[in-house]
Design a protein around this ligand. Structure first.
Ligand code: SF4
Length: 402
């Protein structure tokens, strides 16, 4: 629904391999922090801009019990890969995970706690669509153990919400944000800009409404027309690049003045209120992904692997009977690691300390320099920044969520 479900960034096409074998050998000396991602693939209806693995609920409804059973079986099958490792964050994304019943969520989180070593202070996020929630549901989600809510507002403007095909209106958005802030200390609101027909004044009005609500975290995504979406087939008229750049500049200035740090391309947070789960992606940490279409990235003494699960809910449910949920598992080669690391870490506005590259890839920093994908932030700095140093559009790599 909301936030960076973004998340696992994997290249859509494999990076160009180095000519010949990589001269470097990846040798990890410690395991990266580990997160758990749980994908919930159903939505009330499909939004025309959405290219996520989300599926409109059919007449027969959501097979919630069977899906929770499959998630638990998937987790159990993956346990040998994460044995002894502490899980620092859990993110339940979608789709629309706020469609899950509170009892179902309680069962799922209990099953997770019983099977993995969950940090007592773990950040546990659930994405919520304002059209699927009320205060009682949020309260029940909090009691089940969720401690951070990410609400897919997108806009407070009725016309823009309709143009985006959202199932909620302005009043639902405000009510959901207020309920979220009543029951959760950690709340993210997702907004989108450069919407069909949107003016700078209207983007500012959305931002002002969000700021008045007072969340600790805001994610602001540039609408992108992704392939294989209804918008790609029938593109709406959207603001031109100069107009959307003006919106981006305004958002950054306005949120900066309001005390929100711009710590990632699309993410803004009050001090120390950054999303720990997403930071783990962007710092090339490990994550186990369970659920339909979930991606995982796991490190061990033998190397770093990426995994994917079957994308369609039916295929995922059937995988339980057919002997395994992992559809594809492949090693990330030493030649690919610099590109993969940089594609994530260079989303961070402050760059990253050079030692992190070696810690997370097992390669010396020279391997990244040879790939030409870093430069020092300054002569005196030990941090590295994106090269080339151009302003990135706020949704360069990520789509927005629900
Ligand atoms: S944007 Fe969110 S609510 Fe809309 S279809 Fe995609 S995942 Fe579902």
């Amino acid at each position: 629904m909301t936030e960076p479900r973004i998340i696992p960034i994997t290249p859509k096409t494999a990076p160009k391999p180095a000519v010949g074998a990589s001269p470097w050998e990846a040798k990890l000396t410690a395991s990266p922090p580990l997160s758990l991602y749980v994908h919930y693939p159903w939505c009330v209806k499909k939004c025309p801009y959405c290219d996520f693995n989300s599926h409109a609920v059919r007449d027969e409804g959501i097979p919630e019990a069977a899906y929770i059973e499959a998630l638990v079986a998937d987790l159990e099958g993956a346990l040998p890969q994460i044995w002894g490792r502490r899980v620092h964050s859990v993110f339940i994304g979608g789709g629309t995970p706020s469609l899950i019943s509170p009892d179902g969520l309680d069962e799922l989180l209990t099953a997770i706690r019983m099977r993995v070593q969950l940090d007592p202070l773990a950040e546990i996020t659930l994405e919520a669509n304002p059209g699927t929630v009320d205060s009682g549901r949020f309260k029940a989600f909090r009691q089940a153990g969720v401690n951070r809510l990410s609400v897919g507002i997108q806009s407070f403007n009725e016309g823009h919400l309709q143009a985006l095909g959202r199932i909620h209106g302005r009043a639902d958005a405000i009510a959901a944000a207020e309920a979220a802030l009543t029951h959760f200390e950690a709340v993210n609101l997702d907004l989108m800009y450069a919407l069909p027909g949107q003016s700078l004044a209207e983007a500012e009005a959305d931002l002002a409404t969000a700021l008045a609500l007072g969340p600790a975290h805001l994610s602001c995504y540039h609408l992108t027309l992704e392939p294989n979406t209804a918008f790609a087939a029938n593109p709406p008229v959207v603001p031109d690049p100069d107009a959307s750049a003006d919106m981006q500049d305004h958002i950054e200035a306005r949120l900066g003045a309001a005390g929100y740090g711009h710590y990632e391309t699309s993410a803004f947070a009050k001090p120390n209120r950054e999303c720990r789960h997403n930071l783990n992606y962007w710092t090339f940490g490990d994550y186990l992904g369970i659920g339909a279409g979930a991606h995982g990235k796991l490190s061990s003494h033998a190397g770093i692997v990426r995994e994917t699960r079957p994308k369609s809910p039916a295929a995922y449910l059937a995988a339980r009977q057919s002997g395994g949920f992992v559809q594809e598992r492949r090693d990330i080669t030493a030649a690919e690691l610099p590109f993969e690391f940089m594609m994530n870490a260079l989303r961070l506005n402050q760059g990253f300390p050079r030692r992190l590259f070696a810690e997370r890839t097992g390669l010396p920093f020279e391997a990244a320099e040879e790939e030409g994908c870093s430069r020092p932030a300054s002569r005196a700095s030990s941090r590295s920044m994106a090269t080339p140093s151009v302003r990135q559009p706020a949704a360069a790599t990520f789509s927005t969520n629900c």
